[in-house]
Design a protein around this ligand. Structure first.
Ligand code: MN
Length: 209
């Protein structure tokens, strides 16, 4: 676990995670309007993970007062790499008031090239593209706790540690299948898609008849 760094309230100043940073979030639930943001995980792709705990004022925390994290999420020169970015961008916008961009989403990329399967979950991509078995056992645990359990920290880290390896494989497949341009256009739309979800356009979808 010495590759997992837990930070309360914000990233440390001066931390350089490179130009493509893997990002994931843990929340109190699946509705970004209802369920608060609890944890933001980041990795440069070097095998280590930084976990930033967002602790609300009533628990002695600083809430959305995390300037270093917010600057990274909004930095136009740093691409944020997600699996299912649509949810995480909404959770980060609702929790921190910052719109994350630019982004890459491995789930969108997988759907564009792995058309032979509907198994596009992170666990599937880790197994098929990175040769790693990850456990989803802690997914439904209580992320609102101030003291996160070691197994929660390990799970949270595993959601960002393999995204660079997965993206490298998917990017090659996008090139092979001549779908790089449509993938880029879909990624560029994701911040707007997340905002539409928060505005209430999730279901029925704004593109639906
Ligand atoms: Mn996660």
């Amino acid at each position: 676990m010495d590759n997992i760094h837990l930070h309360k309230h914000d990233l440390p100043a001066g931390l350089d995670l490179g130009t493509v940073v893997a990002v994931d979030t843990e929340t109190m639930g699946l509705d970004p309007r209802r369920d608060r943001l609890c944890l933001v995980q980041l990795s440069s792709g070097d095998g280590s993970a930084h976990l930033v705990q967002i602790i609300p004022p009533q628990l002695g925390g600083r809430g959305a007062n995390c300037p270093n994290l917010k600057a990274l999420l909004a930095d136009q020169h740093v691409t944020k790499l997600f699996h299912y970015a649509r949810f995480d961008i909404a959770a980060l916008f609702n929790g921190l008031g910052v719109l994350t961009a630019p982004v890459i989403c491995t789930k969108i990329a997988a759907k564009l090239v792995r058309t032979y399967t509907d198994r596009q979950g992170l666990k599937d991509l880790c197994r098929d593209l990175a040769g790693v078995e990850i456990s989803k056992q802690q997914q439904t645990s209580d992320w609102g706790a101030v003291d996160l359990l070691p197994e929660q920290r390990a799970y949270a880290a595993s959601d960002v540690l393999y995204l660079h390896a997965i993206w490298a494989k998917l990017e090659a497949l996008l090139q092979r299948e001549n779908r790089v341009d449509i993938a880029r256009a879909a990624f560029a739309f994701l911040p707007a898609r997340a905002q539409l979800d928060l505005m209430g356009y999730a279901e029925p979808d704004i593109f639906h008849h």
